[in-house]
Design a protein around this ligand. Structure first.
Ligand code: ADP
Ligand code: MG
Length: 284
């Protein structure tokens, strides 16, 4: 089997040599992981995004800009459109209208879900999808294999590099002592960290995390905040969360969504005092 056949437009150097190949739909731009154009320091740009479900506007002229390396929290009441926004960014839902760019040149509205994952956007869903009967290490190994960039390793000797990446990730997610344990035996919080690790081994530039600390103990929540703070800078993170203590620990800018639009944006201390935010969300 030739893994190159899976994503020729993204990964085949013969097709993306800059001589007129147009895999992103943007003339002259190539989509090669690691070559994201961050020249304007913006990693994600959403402008005037609209999504309707049977006439109901889940996203209503949504605008959002995330800087490279930023750690952004998204809060807002249930039904505000937080998950739909992530669906748009990852290509699961096509917006009815609007602009969505990853870096300067990758038009997300023209890529499929696997192409977007390849381009460097990783998403963690609320429910962990780990392989319980496999060890923690094997889970990371499997996640790395689903990263089609690794096809190169079939031909070049990257095995040591891959192993090192898994070892480093195990330390990052604090599961180095659990590497050989079946993942099914981990605590709920550890399973969540493993799933985050399964994203990290694929080296995404932008991580989307939907309610990552739901169901965690206070201690696990605090450690998760430390992990996210340590990932910012190298990665950009967009975190949807209801736990305000956790949001405060992350310390980044907070965007409040309401009825499919941005209600306000700022430091948590400012946003928390905004009467509109108290009315639609925090005062519940
Ligand atoms: P949040 O994550 O902020 O709670 P969602 O993005 O899940 O909000 O949902 C926003 C609104 O869109 C909700 O009213 C929800 O019922 C609706 N919605 C989301 N996905 C669908 C869908 N696939 N079909 C119909 N309605 C949907
Ligand atoms: Mg949601």
């Amino acid at each position: 089997m030739n893994a190159r056949n899976s994503y020729p437009s993204l990964l085949d150097p013969d097709e993306s040599d800059g001589s007129g190949g147009d895999s992103s739909g943007q003339q002259g731009h190539r989509i090669i992981p690691g070559e994201l154009d961050l020249s304007h320091k913006v990693i994600l740009y959403l402008d005037d995004i609209n999504v309707s479900f049977d006439g109901f506007k889940a996203l209503n002229n949504l605008c959002l800009t995330i800087d490279a390396g930023e750690l952004r929290c998204i809060i807002g009441p249930n039904g505000a459109g937080k998950t739909t926004m992530m669906d748009v960014i990852t290509g699961k839902t096509r917006p009815d209208s609007g602009t969505a760019f990853f870096g300067q040149s990758i038009d997300l509205t023209r890529l499929s879900e696997p192409e977007i994952a390849h381009a460097g956007i990783g998403r963690k869903f609320q429910k962990p999808t780990i392989f319980e009967q496999h060890s923690v290490f094997e889970n990371l190994e499997l996640a790395m294999k689903t990263d089609k960039r690794v096809w190169r390793s079939l031909f070049a000797c990257l095995r040591d590099e891959q192993r090192d990446r898994i070892t480093a990730t195990l330390r990052q997610i604090r599961l180095d002592a659990q590497a050989d344990r079946p993942a099914g035996l981990l605590s709920h919080g550890q399973k969540q960290w493993l799933e985050i690790g399964m994203l990290l081994v694929q080296e995404p530039q932008l991580l989307l995390l939907d309610e990552p600390v739901a169901g965690m103990t206070d201690d696990e929540t605090m450690r998760t905040a430390e992990l996210f703070v340590s990932l910012a800078g190298k990665h950009s993170l967009v975190v949807v969360e209801h736990d305000m203590a956790f949001v405060g620990q992350l310390g980044g800018l907070v965007t409040v969504l309401h009825e499919g639009s941005v209600l306000t944006e700022g430091p948590l201390s400012v946003v928390q005092e905004d009467p509109r935010v108290i009315e639609v969300y925090l005062g519940r």
